[in-house]
Ligand binder design. Structure first.
Ligand SMILES: [Zn+2]
Length: 106
């Protein structure tokens, strides 16, 4: 192990010990320097070609205070309610399409 690898690992431990990750967080805090160390991020859900959707939550590095979780889709941010609404709208248009293939007998 090189010295730089060792210092990266120590840094990771230091940052991780100051951050309480929610269960859905997939970030290795300390792996990146900068603002991303203070954002919890879920695994990406690819909703379109090259457009990931993620659950995020920022943490104030000084106070440890956490924002409400929010959803990013590409570079846009959505509240949880907005993301839920978007998902239901997607389901709705898919169901309209499905209904036109299999019209109900009633
Ligand atoms: Zn985290």
């Amino acid at each position: 192990m090189s010295d730089s690898e060792f210092s990266a690992r120590s840094h990771n431990r230091t940052v991780a010990s100051r951050i309480n990750c929610p269960l859905w967080c997939a970030i290795q805090h300390g792996a990146n320097h900068g603002e991303e160390d203070w954002v919890h991020m879920s695994e990406a859900l690819e909703v379109a070609d090259g457009v990931p959707a993620r659950l995020c939550m920022s943490v104030d590095p000084d106070t440890g205070a956490e924002d409400r979780p929010y959803v990013t889709i590409g570079s846009s941010e959505y509240t949880l309610d907005e993301a839920e609404e978007l998902g239901m709208s997607l389901v709705a248009i898919a169901r309209v399409g499905a209904a036109s293939i299999h019209p109900s007998a009633g």
